[in-house]
Design a protein. Structure first.
Length: 104
């Protein structure tokens, strides 16, 4: 038996097929802060312009869609979880009796 599952089955649960609500909140806050900084601190130098544009660029980078993942924010979260959790996986198998027994 073979089952055909469409590639985009979860896209209908996302906004515009790509974004969760938190993604749009992050992006909106970053863009709002960028616009506010551009109005308050007029960029006269390249460093000033980089500082003013930084919140928008960082938030856009975090919500950028990535193939095989949801977005960059999810990849960073999964990498953090992977490196901060236990990495020793104990094999129990499906056999009634283990051939080699447990190693301690």
């Amino acid at each position: 038996m073979q089952f055909l599952i469409p590639k985009n089955t979860k896209r209908s649960m996302l906004i515009f097929g790509y974004f969760q609500t938190i993604d749009l909140i992050i992006f909106g806050c970053g863009m709002g802060l960028t616009i506010l900084l551009l109005m308050i601190v007029a960029p006269t130098t390249l460093l000033g312009a980089a500082i003013d544009l930084a919140p928008g660029v960082i938030s856009a980078f975090l919500v950028m869609p990535i193939p095989n993942y949801h977005n960059t924010r999810i990849i960073i979260k999964e990498l953090y979880t992977f490196y901060t959790t236990r990495q020793k996986f104990i094999w129990k198998g499906w056999c009634f009796k283990d051939e080699y027994g447990e190693k301690k």
